[in-house]
Design a protein around this ligand. Structure first.
Ligand code: F0G
Length: 431
């Protein structure tokens, strides 16, 4: 397939009113109607086979930005970018564990572990592009609201770029690993007495009136980077798409990115068919699942509550983009309970893989899809683990050391005197 058009290489378009902006326009939303923006690229000027060949050649190339699992796909991410801010990121593994198959009921579930990114979550893929763009437009400072991972990632990439950084997080509700990272990387950190939805409203106001570049996932350049989770997993599968891709969903930026990646890959001839997307929310923070159940006729905002603090979001910002992603991939939206999330997490952790609570929602979602007959056990599915096990050590210690009665799989530490006999007694019990 050959492509040709007279458009500029990359531009931005409002998905609500169609208003177009140039590639370097810094508005986080459409200046005409306030709608969400989307980055569009002229299709790559080479055949799909040539494009795939280029992606293949760069795999394993080191060092340099093209070894990044994001910039390897530069032609479909941000073709005109130079001097990118890259750690590098991506190149995350696809894992398989039989014990997780048994728990979910799927025959061969693959896990794309985004916790292997530099700051321990998939956010790094969006941030390398977002912070590169911040530098290209000459931003003097950057900001975000966050449940913790976005702020840790922004703090790291902005430190690398030398950009002052402001982050707003809900006081008392950020997992300790994420807060610690954000502070250590040097972001100015505001603990807002409110929830994530309050933080996002406030940072949007601040970015508008104070001229700080906004790097939440409403920023369409973040989405371009996060598309590479899908591109990289497709490449790992030799461009043979799975039947399902399952991911946890909060603010819905990632759901939007997955849909955009799949539709572009299909349109540009990189894959022969579209996988179905399954977006999984926590039952206590499931406004998108509720809309889906009504065929997206209504949009809801809820007061969110869940043990998975990463996705404790009641009014997701990328709603319209995500509706498009689900509709166009014949996708589904599910809600799983906190109990199911913790049970899935215990299985993932116990398999030696490990992930943070929100990530386990995708594994719980796979079990739900199989139980409901939506996914046949022999269908090919990839579940995305979005964050590292050490993001939320507070919850882990409560689960294993403190909860009464001990939950399934709780691994109580045993305090002993410094004597061989005490070790021997424990060992005898283990046999
Ligand atoms: N999983 C993890 C580990 C996350 O940190 C997030 C979002 C999601 C899933 C959901 O992705 O919002 O694109 O639907 N974390 C954001 C943050 C909100 O601030 O770190 P989403």
């Amino acid at each position: 397939m050959k492509f040709a058009t007279d458009r500029p290489g990359t531009w931005q378009v409002c998905i609500a009113c169609g208003h177009e902006l140039t590639e370097l326009d810094p508005h986080p939303r459409c200046p005409a109607c306030g709608g969400l923006l989307e980055v569009q690229h002229r299709p790559p000027e080479m055949t799909s086979a040539e494009l795939l060949q280029r992606f293949t050649e760069r795999r394993g190339q080191r060092p340099g930005a093209l070894s990044s699992g994001v910039w390897r796909f530069q032609e479909v991410v941000l073709p005109s970018a130079r001097d990118v801010i890259s750690h590098p990121e991506g190149n995350t593994p696809l894992l398989h564990r039989e014990v997780i198959d048994r728990w979910t009921g799927a025959d061969h579930l693959l896990l794309k572990h985004e916790g292997h990114n530099p700051t321990g979550s998939f956010k790094d893929r969006g941030m390398t592009v977002g912070v590169t763009q911040a530098r290209r437009i000459g931003a003097r400072a950057v900001a975000c609201a966050s449940t913790g991972n976005t702020s840790a990632s922004l703090a790291a990439y902005a430190a690398q770029a030398g950009l002052p950084t402001l982050v707003l997080v809900p006081a008392e509700q950020v997992a300790i690993g994420k807060l610690a990272q954000t502070l250590a990387y040097g972001a100015r950190t505001l603990l807002v007495r409110g929830d994530f939805d309050d933080c996002l409203r406030l940072v949007e106001d601040a970015s508008r009136s104070l001229g700080v570049y906004l790097l939440n996932s409403i920023n369409p350049f973040r989405i371009e980077g996060q598309k590479t989770i899908v591109l990289e997993l497709l490449q790992q599968l030799a461009w043979e798409p799975p039947d399902w891709i399952v991911l946890p969903a909060g603010n819905l930026g990632n759901t939007a990115a997955f849909g955009k990646a799949l539709l572009e890959a299909y349109r540009w001839g990189l894959i022969p068919r579209l996988p179905r997307l399954a977006a999984v929310q926590a039952a206590g923070a499931a406004p998108f699942a509720r809309s889906f159940a009504e065929d997206f006729e209504n949009r809801y905002a809820v007061r969110a509550e869940t043990v998975a603090t990463a996705i404790r979001i009641g009014d997701p910002a990328s709603f319209e983009r995500a509706v498009h992603a689900i509709r166009e991939t014949n996708g589904v939206v599910l809600a799983v309970t906190d109990e199911e999330i913790l049970e899935a997490k215990a299985v993932v952790d116990g398999s030696g893989v490990g992930c943070e609570p929100a990530s386990a929602a995708s594994v719980a979602g796979v079990r739900d899809l199989v139980r409901r007959g939506l996914m046949a056990p022999d269908q090919h599915a990839v579940a995305v683990l979005t964050g590292h096990i050490l993001k939320d050590p507070g919850l882990l210690l409560r689960y294993h050391r403190e909860m009464e009665p001990p939950p399934a799989g709780a691994n109580r530490p045993i305090e002993i005197a410094p004597e061989l006999g005490a070790v021997e007694a424990v060992l005898a019990e283990m046999r």
